[in-house]
Design a protein around this ligand. Structure first.
Ligand code: DX5
Ligand code: ZN
Length: 218
C-alpha cells in the first residue's frame, strides 16, 4: 500500500494530559477520538467540549468515532466544530444516509462503522455516501481487547469495490491492532489503522506509530 495511515486512539492516553498526548504522536495521520455515551456502549468517555479543546491543541486531523445513540442529533456538531472525520455506527440509526449527508454538509468527512457481528452487505449500496468505512475488530467500548480476524472479510469485500472503481472511500480498522495483527489487516486492504494500547502503551508513542506504519507498508 502506498501510504498506510495510522490513527492513534486517545482512549489509551492520559485524559488529564491530552494536549501532551497528542503532541507525543506528532507524525500520526489522524488522531482517533472515541466518544462513548454509556448507552450505545457500556462505557463513558468524552464529548464535544473535549473535542473542541483538542482541536485547539493539535494540528493532527481528528478522527471522531461516535459510539453513541441518536447520531442524527449528535454527530453534526462534531463536524461543525472542525473534526476531520465524523464516524457513527450503522447499528445506531435507521437513516444512516441522512446522517452522512448532514455531516458532509457541516464540512467533515462522513464515516460509517460496523460492529464485528454486523454484516456489510446491507450497507454496500449506501457506502457511496461515505468517505470512510470503519470496520470494528473488537466489540466497541474498551481498548486493549484481542483482534477478531473474521472481520477482515468485510475489509476485503469493500477493498474489491474500491479497487474496481465502484466505490471511493478509505477502509479503516479499529481494535486490537498491534505488531502481531497489522500485517493481516494490511493484506486485507485496510488503508487506515487505529491503534490505542499499541501506541500509548509503548515507551515512545511516536516511534510506535512509525513502526506500525512501516509494518503495514511491507
Ligand atoms: C474501542 C475503541 C478503539 C480502542 C482501540 O471501542 O473504538 O478505538 O481505543 O484500542 P486498542 O487499539 O487498544 O484495541
Ligand atoms: Zn474507536
Amino acid at each position: 500500500m502506498a501510504h498506510p495511515m495510522i490513527a492513534p486512539s486517545i482512549l489509551s492516553a492520559d485524559f488529564a494530559r491530552l494536549a501532551d498526548e497528542a503532541q507525543a504522536v506528532a507524525g500520526a495521520d489522524w488522531l482517533h477520538v472515541d466518544v462513548m455515551d454509556a448507552h450505545f456502549v457500556p462505557n463513558l468517555t468524552l464529548g464535544l467540549p473535549v473535542v473542541e479543546s483538542l482541536l485547539k491543541a493539535t494540528e493532527i486531523p481528528l478522527d471522531c468515532h461516535l459510539m453513541i445513540e441518536n447520531p442524527g442529533r449528535w454527530a453534526p456538531p462534531y463536524a461543525e466544530a472542525g473534526a476531520h472525520n465524523v464516524t457513527f455506527h450503522a447499528e445506531a440509526t435507521d437513516d444512516p444516509v441522512s446522517v452522512a449527508r448532514d455531516i458532509r454538509a457541516a464540512g467533515a468527512k462522513a464515516g460509517l462503522s460496523v460492529k464485528p457481528g454486523t454484516p456489510i452487505e446491507p450497507y454496500l449500496e449506501i457506502l457511496k455516501e461515505f468517505d470512510t468505512l470503519l470496520v470494528m475488530s473488537v466489540e466497541p467500548g474498551f481498548g486493549g481487547q484481542s483482534f477478531i480476524a473474521d472481520v477482515l472479510d468485510k475489509a476485503r469485500a469493500v477493498r474489491r469495490l474500491v479497487d474496481s472503481g465502484e466505490l471511493r472511500l478509505l477502509v479503516e480498522i479499529d481494535g486490537g491492532i498491534n505488531a502481531d495483527t497489522i500485517e493481516a489487516a494490511a493484506d486485507a486492504g485496510v488503508d487506515c489503522f487505529v491503534a490505542g494500547s499499541a501506541v500509548y502503551g509503548a515507551a515512545d508513542p511516536a516511534e510506535a506509530v512509525r513502526k506500525l506504519r512501516a509494518q503495514a507498508g511491507k
